[in-house]
Design a protein around this ligand. Structure first.
Ligand SMILES: Cc1ncc(COP(=O)(O)O)c(C=O)c1O
Length: 429
């Protein structure tokens, strides 16, 4: 057997925190914004919504977090007990990707694929299920695009003995049949959406309408959203908070650029927002060219769902009736975006780029071959941006420190890889 080339471990690739170092408070970005967010507007009156308007759908504690200006919000012990099943997640230095790219950049990623559901999504599913259960709710309804959020909520509901009803975008329901099996194993029920139009491929906006109608019609049921809203991004900040400690372990003072894919903005917000107060850190959103909300949408008030049942939010939007093509990154097929992320992009504090589907899969295959992990199609948008940033740093001879969020694995997305390897994946379906 060949001797290791680094017997003293100076070329470490994994930076881990002990379980005692798990963050015990979430980072609230609200006090760090240049001005307060524009309020959500009631769909009927177009007046700002108050807590009472949201009470039929959300737990009071989550409504409070949505509107909070406190800089830190404590994570309840009962939530930490569940997060501890997989957190803190490792920070990995992607040395083999660096070598393959022959780059002068140093590339790090947070590995959120190690969660039970295989993505970052349980970071918010767990507290959402907890607060609802504590307030006496018995059942949650939700939408899911790629299936990652529905899977995470099914897992979280099982922890607190809640029923879980998942409306899954029909295109993904057909592309990823085993997602349903995982969700059902955790006790959830799963139906394709739109429920009243079997020939429609569906969209996240339409699935949100189905889930909101379900919760609105039952006293024992609340609605849970997997992204977009302030409290969801808040819950995801454990990612960036851990990364700050782990980068210090790796000997870095700060990243030069933080990158993540962006569908509704939750994994991007989670890794990037704790770095917002440092103006020298660039923040970068990566989205699909076929659903280019941040790069080609307009910044205006729009509904969060297709049917116009949710409050209107000021955000980048492609129009709430926009029907994105059936790309494999189902979690990124959303017409709108988080108001926090939208404001940062609008003010020029955050950059956004769009990638085409085939470029994303080429990036994913390279990543899988050198780093060993098989990324979710959504994650590949971040990886395509990482490669572009690393190549740019090399061309300029810069030692750029790149941090990105490896937000999920692609082990249930193999049909997409099969198409890509067979050369039959359309550039833009
Ligand atoms: C693996 C993965 N990454 C990213 C996303 C995009 O969502 P968000 O931008 O809200 O993190 C999703 C959504 O389902 C996902 O499943």
């Amino acid at each position: 057997m060949a001797a290791p080339t680094d017997p003293r471990g100076t070329a470490d690739t994994r930076f881990s925190l002990s379980q005692a170092e798990i963050p015990t408070a979430w980072f609230n970005v609200a006090p760090h914004l240049t001005s307060p967010l524009d309020p959500p507007l009631h769909p009927a009156t177009r007046e700002p919504v108050g807590p009472d308007d949201l009470a039929p759908l959300f737990a009071a504690e989550l409504i409070g977090q949505e509107m909070s200006a406190d800089p830190w919000i404590d994570i309840p012990g009962e939530v930490l007990d569940v997060l501890r099943l997989w957190r803190p997640t490792p920070l990995i230095r992607a040395r083999r990707l660096e070598a393959a790219l022959q780059t002068t950049a140093r590339i790090y990623f947070k590995d959120e694929s190690v969660s039970p559901a295989g993505s970052h999504k349980p970071n918010s599913a767990v507290p959402q299920a907890f607060y609802n259960a504590r307030e006496g709710i018995r059942r949650l309804s939700t939408e899911t695009g790629a299936g990652q959020w529905g899977t995470a909520l099914a897992f979280a509901c099982a922890q607190y003995d809640l029923e879980c009803a998942v409306y899954m975008v029909r295109k993904s329901f057909e592309q990823k049949p085993y997602r349903k099996v995982i969700m059902e194993t955790w006790g959830a029920s799963v139906v394709p959406s739109p429920i009243d139009d079997p020939d429609n491929a569906g969209s996240l906006g339409a699935a949100i309408s189905d889930a909101v109608r379900d919760a609105g019609g039952r006293d024992d049921t609340h609605y849970a959203l997997g992204s977009v809203l302030n409290h969801v991004l808040l819950h995801q900040t454990v990612i960036g908070l851990e990364a700050q400690q782990q980068l210090a372990q790796a000997g870095e003072t700060r990243p030069d650029v933080v990158i993540a894919p962006c569908g509704g903005g939750s994994n991007l917000g989670g890794i990037a927002l704790p770095f917002l107060p440092d103006p020298t850190v660039r923040l970068l959103a990566a989205e699909p060219a076929s659903c280019p909300t941040l790069t080609q949408g307009t910044y205006e008030y729009d509904f969060g769902d297709t049917a116009g049942l949710t409050p209107l939010m000021n955000m980048y939007t492609l129009g709430h009736d926009f029907m994105p093509p059936g790309i494999h990154a189902g979690g990124l097929r959303y017409h709108g975006d988080s108001p926090i992320i939208s404001k940062l992009v609008h003010e020029g504090r955050m950059e956004a780029v769009a990638h085409r589907q085939r470029t994303v899969f080429e990036a994913n295959v390279l990543f899988a071959r050198v780093e060993g992990k098989l990324p979710a199609p959504e994650a590949g948008h971040g990886i395509a941006s990482v490669i572009a940033e690393a190549n740019d740093a090399t061309a300029k001879g810069e030692e750029r420190v790149i941090l990105f969020n490896y937000c999920g694995h692609g082990l249930l997305d193999l049909s997409a890889y099969e198409d890509h390897l067979a050369g039959s994946l359309p550039e833009e379906p």
